[in-house]
Design a protein around this ligand. Structure first.
Ligand code: ATP
Ligand code: MG
Length: 574
């Protein structure tokens, strides 16, 4: 048996048999929550979604879809108006839809519950389980203690219920300045879990909110909002990432103390990280705002809008999320795993065409000027149902600069002086002469063709080792091709306390403005995907491309060249 590398994840092992799927299956079997399955995806609208969010989306929407009557909410966790924006709300909806999920009637905002949350806060105050605190932000921090030392009680902790009710109502009425007062839960300042040391549940923020306008100047904090929103929506399984594990006792404390009729089970899983990229919204903001990339939709970013523009398919991303599965261990996945899912999805359904990215002019000296032949080329080698197109052949062609060497090294089987090769779908040609300019640069090749080899084989049975792609100069269309590579040249940008931006790959994009693509692409539509034979998969850019000025993004190469590079590096280290 072949040894499996850590990142070869077999489909059947992980798919739908992870610990979360098991918990949900057992709960349904035991008729817990009357057998219902209700999940939610709760993004904060303070940035664009990335591939890490896709993992959470696929998990939450995926599990709900597996059960009859299963439901998944899309809930905007919009409790911090200073960082949130309607632009992000709209982009998140578009991304979830693009991934292939439908929330139906179940679109919610935490802000939909502001009235109820306020009532819950009043209820806590009346139970003497919450108080208005006058400590400054710095003091709150100082009083909180550390992992080793217990905190100490705020002097405000002993305020009467009546005074708390009065102050909280006046906070809501806007009588205080931002930061002057906060509402805190009264739990235990000596609790070993710092999250239980009288966490803040409401703060003053005199800012309008994109949903509630000027109605509120106090906003609830995440821990308070999240568990109660889950309870209000009758969520059964509240799936979140591992960093919330320490928050779980607080999640349960609010629901137990307020005795809500629904008490969802919080289950944590490892967040996705991918090598050679960054995923935190803070870092993505920094890249966008400081123009290290062209925007949130830069095709090099792991944002869903960037990946969509690059040409990724939703099916490939869903397949990737299935394959990596869900675990409790934080690991970083090789980019190659994602790219292989993409190749697997693109290969059977993407039409093949020819494009010359770095053109070298070839004149076929024995081919009559003015003559044009239409050669038949199938769109897919294994799928005749995709049909074929005609590619024009004529006296002047372009081939790839890299497909010619004046002095051919060993194992170079492409074109060289005196060498014969096959032009795909066309003829054998032989290089007769190399034309150079004054700077000794190659500007053109003079070749001859063998008329007998039409279709790509010689009647006398002689073989050639190389097959090149090509286009006819008179028929080809000039296009801009953008070759993307890893955005970072280190697997873990920012590791060991370094600035993650130091690891930015200066060669993450190469722009080829003079590429020549075959004539059949004249009407290529934005977002359309093609395999440029021998080069990789490409997608018509949905922002910069226009009729007459085509722009193609390289989605992914045909093979994983990074795997080789990494292997070589590993070899060196030993
Ligand atoms: P970031 O840390 O990137 O800023 P976030 O967790 O603050 O992201 P949210 O909008 O709060 O972003 O995330 C919405 C949901 O997506 C949460 O349930 C969160 O746990 C999940 N999520 C975010 N990042 C990842 C990731 N890398 N892998 C898996 N799930 C993630
Ligand atoms: Mg968050």
């Amino acid at each position: 048996m072949k040894a499996q590398s850590a990142n070869t994840i077999s489909h059947s092992d992980s798919i739908k048999n992870d610990f979360i799927h098991q918990i949900v299956a057992e709960d349904v079997k035991a008729n817990k929550n009357e057998g219902r399955v209700v999940t939610r995806f709760p993004p904060e609208p303070n940035g664009y979604l990335h591939i890490g969010h896709a993992k959470s989306i696929c998990l939450n929407f995926g599990i709900a879809a597996e059960y009859e009557g299963g439901k998944c909410y899309l809930r905007f966790d919009d409790t911090n108006p200073s960082k949130e924006d309607i632009e992000y709300v709209e982009s998140i909806k578009a991304d979830v839809r693009w991934l292939g999920y439908d929330w139906g009637e179940r679109l919610r905002h935490s802000s939909d519950y502001f009235d109820q949350l306020y009532e819950y806060a009043i209820a806590l105050i009346k139970m003497n389980k919450a108080y208005v605190c006058s400590l400054t932000t710095e003091q709150v921090k100082e009083y909180r203690g550390t992992l080793r030392d217990p905190g100490k009680n705020s002097p405000s902790r002993e305020r009467s219920i009546a005074e708390n009710l009065d102050l909280f109502a006046r906070m809501k009425a806007g009588e205080f300045a931002d930061g002057e007062l906060v509402l805190r839960a009264k739990i235990d300042m000596a609790a070993p879990n710092i999250h239980l040391r009288d966490p803040i549940i409401y703060r003053l923020k005199k800012l309008p909110h994109q949903m509630t306008g000027d109605k509120w100047c106090i906003y609830p904090m995440y821990d308070f909002t999240h568990c109660l929103s889950d309870a209000i929506e009758d969520i059964t399984h509240s799936l979140c990432t591992l960093e919330f594990e320490d928050h779980r006792p607080l999640y349960d404390w609010f629901l137990d103390t307020l005795n809500t009729s629904c008490h969802p089970q919080q289950i944590e899983f490892a967040r996705l990280s991918l090598n050679y990229t960054v995923m935190s919204k803070r870092k993505l903001h920094e890249l966008v705002e400081n123009h290290h990339v062209s925007g949130w939709d830069d095709p090099r970013l792991p944002t869903l809008i960037g990946m969509r523009r690059r040409g990724y398919t939703p099916a490939a991303i869903r397949d990737f999320c299935d394959r990596i599965g869900v675990t409790k261990n934080d690991t970083s996945i090789e980019m190659g795993v994602l790219e292989n899912c993409l190749r697997g999805d693109l290969d059977p359904k993407t039409p093949r065409v020819m494009a010359v990215l770095k053109p070298l002019r070839v004149v076929i000296e024995n081919y009559p000027s003015g003559q044009v032949e239409q050669l038949e080329a199938p769109y897919h080698p294994n799928d005749a149902s995709m049909g074929a197109r005609q590619v024009p052949f004529s006296r002047v062609l372009y081939i790839e600069q890299d497909d010619f060497r004046e002095v051919a090294p060993k194992k170079f089987f492409r074109l060289a002086p005196g060498r014969e090769v096959r032009l795909r779908y066309a003829y054998f040609i032989t290089c007769q002469a190399v034309i150079k300019n004054d700077q000794d640069e190659i500007v053109e090749l003079r070749c001859t063709y063998d008329q007998e080899t039409r279709g790509g084989s010689a009647p006398d049975g002689r073989k050639v080792k190389g097959t090149l792609h090509w286009v006819s100069e008179a028929h080809a269309i000039t296009a801009e091709v953008r070759l993307y590579d890893r955005l970072f040249n280190q697997p873990h940008p920012g590791a060991n306390g370094t600035d993650f931006k130091v690891a930015l790959n200066p060669k993450s994009v190469e722009i080829l403005p003079h590429s020549q693509v075959e004539a059949s692409l004249a009407n290529a539509k934005a977002g359309a995907r093609y395999q440029f034979e021998r080069q990789g998969y490409f997608c018509v850019d949905n922002v910069d491309s226009s009729e007459g000025a085509l722009v193609f993004n390289r989605i992914v190469t045909l093979r994983d060249s990074w795997a080789k590079i990494e292997k070589a590096n590993l070899g060196k280290k030993k």
